[in-house]
Structure formats: structure tokens, C-alpha cells
Design a protein. Structure first.
Length: 290
């Protein structure tokens, strides 16, 4: 096996987070519903991830029967998370949808103590309040008829689903590599979403097919493989802190490619949410180290 130094690992994680940030653009670039985008994305990603797993000389089979039930649950959570993730951005904007989704680090620190039956710290509660303030600042008006408000709510729901998936994965599925775990989750998502997807051949012109392949290969399978590999050489703190750059990368992509601009209020609310996510990531590292 080739040895990878921490510097190479840092490049890998930055590239992975950059690609994760670019994923959001496809909610606007692909002229399909959020559910159809997710279905096609998962179909392409599952195929590529299967090839990656086999190329690394691993078996595609899971070690225990119960792991298949966990994989099914993880796949359902991932599919619902990705559908709501893209829907949030289609309703509002790439930056707002990503910022709303990035409430998940704080959700994790608030929910994890309940699951592990440990005491919830005051600082974590204050972080929760800070994120709530940030989300309120994003909302233009408290009216569900407003698409931006609805997009923020859907983005927060996406964060909840992602939090549930991460906690479940951490508890029961960490024995498998990232590509192996994501292969099953994307495969389950394809099966789970197939009854509701309504893509027709008329929808799949050359341009759309090209974007779907780009999304599935370069912006889904590749960053997951890079991210997993980087985790082997970098500390959890480093990976977590770099991950907090995702909303920034997404907003920059949206500004350059889609010409999406942010209001001062959105920038302020987003800064509070991302800063709190950074703080909680650092706190979490210190807690685990202690």
C-alpha cells in the first residue's frame, strides 16, 4: 500500500469538501425534481462505488446479517436527506440551502448526549440557541408561502435526517470503509426512491445525462473516496474544521457560476451558524481527546 503523508491527506480532504460544496449547484443546473436528481445520482454513484470497492479487493458482501438491516435504514435516511437537501436549494438558493443544512453539527452535539445518556453541557445549549438565531436571520418573513422560508425549513429537516444517519452510522456501521458503506446506502436509495421517480427518456437529453454522470462520479463517488482516505491520515479535528468550509465553497460556486448574491442579513446569519459549527467541532474534538 502506498504511504500517504498528512500533507497529502490535507489536500485530499480540502478537495473532497470543495467537491461536496459543488454538489449543491446541480440542484439548479439539472432541470429535474429533487427526487429525480437524487435517484439518478445514486444510480451512477452506486455503480462507481461498487467498482471502487472491487478495485480495492474488498468483497461487496457485509459481514453480518444484521448489517443489511442497518444498511437499509441508512440508505433510506440518506435518500430522504439528499432529496430534501436539493429541494431546499431549489426552493431558496444554493447558499441559503447549504447554510440551513449546516445546522447539523450543532444538532449532533445536542442529540448525542441523549443517545449516550450523558449530561448535556450548557455551552452546547448556548450553541443551539446561537444556531437558532442564525436560522431566524436567514428567514425573510415568517410565512410558508414564501419559498425561501420553506427552503430553510426543508434544509433544517435535511440536517435532521443527516444527523440521524451520522449517529446511526457511527454506532453500527463504522467497521466498513467509506466507499463500501456508501455503495450500500446509494444502492438502497435507488431501490427506495424508484416507486416515486418519474424520469422519462424525454427528460434525459445529452446535456442532462452529462450533468448526472458528473454529479454521480465527480461530485459523489470521488469526494466520498477522498474523504474516507483522508480520515486515515488526519485527526478528526482537522477533518471536521475543513468540513465547515463547505457552505463557503458552495456559496462561492453559486456566486461565480449561478450569479447568486447574498444579502447582508443572510451573510450575518450564515456566519453565526458556520462559526458555531466550527466551535462545536473543536469542542467535540477536545471532549473525545479528554
Amino acid at each position: 500500500m502506498t504511504t500517504v503523508n498528512p500533507r497529502s491527506g490535507l489536500i485530499e480532504v480540502h478537495l473532497a469538501v470543495l467537491l461536496f460544496g459543488g454538489t449543491a449547484l446541480f440542484s439548479k443546473l439539472i432541470p429535474l425534481s429533487a427526487l429525480n436528481i437524487t435517484f439518478l445520482r445514486c444510480a451512477v454513484a452506486a455503480l462507481v462505488l461498487a467498482i471502487l470497492v472491487k478495485a480495492s479487493k474488498q468483497t461487496l458482501l457485509l459481514r453480518h446479517k444484521k448489517d443489511y438491516f442497518i444498511a437499509i435504514l441508512l440508505g433510506v435516511l440518506v435518500s430522504c436527506h439528499w432529496v430534501t437537501y436539493f429541494a431546499a436549494m431549489q426552493l431558496s438558493s444554493v447558499a441559503i440551502g447549504m447554510i440551513a443544512f449546516f445546522t447539523y453539527p450543532v444538532m449532533t452535539v445536542l442529540i448525542e448526549p441523549i443517545i449516550n445518556r450523558t449530561q448535556l453541557k450548557l455551552v452546547d445549549v448556548l450553541s443551539g440557541v446561537a444556531v437558532l438565531v442564525g436560522v431566524i436571520l436567514l428567514i425573510p418573513e415568517p410565512n410558508l408561502d414564501n419559498d425561501i422560508t420553506l427552503g430553510i425549513i426543508v434544509g433544517v429537516i435535511s440536517a435532521m435526517l443527516f444527523t440521524a444517519r451520522n449517529l446511526l452510522h457511527k454506532r453500527y456501521f463504522t467497521g466498513y470503509s467509506g466507499p463500501h458503506a456508501m455503495f450500500y446506502q446509494t444502492l438502497v436509495a435507488v431501490v427506495f426512491l424508484s416507486p416515486w421517480q418519474d424520469v422519462t427518456l424525454a427528460d434525459l437529453n445529452q446535456h442532462t445525462v452529462g450533468l448526472i454522470i458528473l454529479l454521480g462520479v465527480v461530485f459523489t463517488a470521488a469526494p466520498h473516496a477522498l474523504f474516507t482516505n483522508a480520515l486515515r491520515y488526519l485527526s478528526a479535528k482537522t477533518v471536521g474544521l475543513v468540513s465547515c468550509l463547505q457552505p463557503f465553497y458552495g456559496a462561492m460556486f453559486a456566486l461565480i457560476i449561478l450569479d447568486e448574491h447574498l444579502s447582508t442579513r443572510t451573510l450575518f446569519g450564515g456566519a453565526i451558524i458556520v462559526a458555531t459549527a466550527l466551535f462545536e467541532t473543536q469542542q467535540s474534538h477536545r471532549k473525545h481527546k479528554a
